[in-house]
Design a protein around this ligand. Structure first.
Ligand SMILES: NC(=O)c1ccc[n+]([C@@H]2O[C@H](COP(=O)([O-])OP(=O)(O)OC[C@H]3O[C@@H](n4cnc5c(N)ncnc54)[C@H](O)[C@@H]3O)[C@@H](O)[C@H]2O)c1
Ligand SMILES: O=c1ccn([C@@H]2O[C@H](COP(=O)(O)OP(=O)(O)O[C@H]3O[C@H](CO)[C@@H](O)[C@H](O)[C@H]3O)[C@@H](O)[C@H]2O)c(=O)[nH]1
Length: 328
């Protein structure tokens, strides 16, 4: 028995690999290293380099390693890039996932967990969303993920496989033991960019939009610590293995922070008065997106351990400093 983690060399997937390995599970990572790093894969896991959309290859892996579950992180993740290059997203998110799901069915995989996103909701106003809030994604990225959610539901209705969809809100922070973090130098995430700026790797950063209908005019997001997000995956896996129904869950704390609040927190944590220039809105960005997280708590008994913006920024900043030394 083993768990296949696609995208296990990436930011969030590498934390899943650590968690599964810490729990004594057999883990196989499938990653094509397009944005991930082989050094980010914990040494206790087996690494198979390849594409998650290669059906024959994945069916072969399922047989070779006795894969019983797939946790599917592999994909393309930059919202504004999906606006300028939508086919990349319908290819590497929707089409790749379709093939991976086919391989899962062919290989007799029992449970499938999928990384979805808050971006499936689109513009929702300032109130927190719940899972039944109408889905109206604003970007090809969000649509590419929503299509995968729909495929999974259809396939699970027709085949003996259960699934869990986790809609992540804004994932940030790093492993508290300092073993992994967001490592891509080109990452566009706010907390990462602000930490890089505080460390002098960027001369300045931009605040994308100050005219949103939010309390201070900048975008509001629900930032979730990567370790709490991974804990939800572990609980979901247990739920599905125990015969629990397929489910779709928001992963969020229910607390939104504006871009200005995040930048100020990075200034406080780093002690650096970093330069943040106010500029126009970025394509595909909603004003605000938060969620209560009530369903994930009720369904899985999830209790967040790191729901504190300062702690999230401290761990992200520590990882950024670690990377500077590592890459020297
Ligand atoms: N970071 C966030 O805030 C966030 C929020 C919501 C959802 N997500 C989702 O979580 C997942 C992981 O995101 P991340 O932040 O760790 O990104 P990441 O880019 O760090 O990780 C993605 C990994 O997948 C690999 N990959 C990409 N395409 C592949 C393919 N076709 N075959 C095999 N490997 C492939 C990459 O090499 C990389 O290691 C993605 O599906 C993303 O959409 C992320
Ligand atoms: O240099 C920057 C980067 C971001 N922002 C703003 O900060 C907020 C957060 O942006 P970012 O960190 O890029 O995250 P999102 O665009 O919200 O998207 C992330 O969070 C989504 C879930 O909410 C995931 O689906 C995506 O994969 C992930 O990139 C937004 O208002 C951005 O406009 C800036 O002002 N300056």
């Amino acid at each position: 028995m083993a768990v296949l983690v696609t995208g296990g060399a990436g930011y969030i997937g590498s934390h899943m690999v650590l968690s599964l390995s810490d729990a004594g599970e057999n883990v196989v990572v499938l990653d094509n290293l397009v944005t991930g790093f082989d050094w980010a894969i914990d040494g206790r896991a087996l690494f198979e380099q390849g594409d998650a959309g290669d059906i024959d290859f994945v069916v072969g892996l399922i047989k070779k390693h006795g894969i019983t579950e797939i946790v599917h992180f592999a994909g393309s993740i930059v919202v504004p890039e999906s606006v300028t290059n939508p086919l990349k997203y319908y290819g590497n998110n929707t089409a790749t996932s379709r093939n991976l799901i086919e391989a899962a069915v062919k290989g007799g995989v029992k449970h499938f967990i999928f990384s979805s996103t808050a971006a499936v909701y689109g513009m929702t106003g300032l109130a927190p969303v719940v899972e039944t809030t109408p889905l109206n994604p604003m970007s090809p990225y969000g649509r590419s993920k929503l299509m995968t959610e729909m495929m999974l539901a259809d396939v699970a209705a027709a085949h003996p496989m259960t699934f869990g969809v986790l809609r992540y809100f804004n994932v940030a922070g790093a492993d508290p033991q300092g073993r992994s973090g967001q490592s891509s130098p080109e990452a566009t995430h706010l907390i990462k960019v602000a930490c890089q700026t505080a460390l002098g790797q960027r001369e300045k950063m931009d605040i994308f939009g100050t005219d949103f209908e939010t309390p201070d005019g900048t975008g509001v997001r629900d930032y979730i610590h990567v370790s709490d997000l991974i804990a939800a995956h572990a609980l979901l896996l247990k739920h599905l293995r125990g015969g629990g129904d397929s489910t779709t869950l928001n992963c969020a704390y229910g607390q939104g922070y504006s871009v200005r609040e995040v930048v100020d927190t990075v200034r406080k944590v780093s002690g650096v008065d970093l330069r943040a220039e106010e500029g126009p809105r970025r394509a595909g960005d909603p004003a605000s997106i938060t969620a209560t997280g009530e369903k994930v708590r009720a369904t899985l008994g999830w209790v967040p351990q790191h729901a504190d913006l300062t702690e999230i920024v401290q761990s992200a900043f520590a990882w950024e400093k670690h990377l500077m030394v590592r890459n020297r």
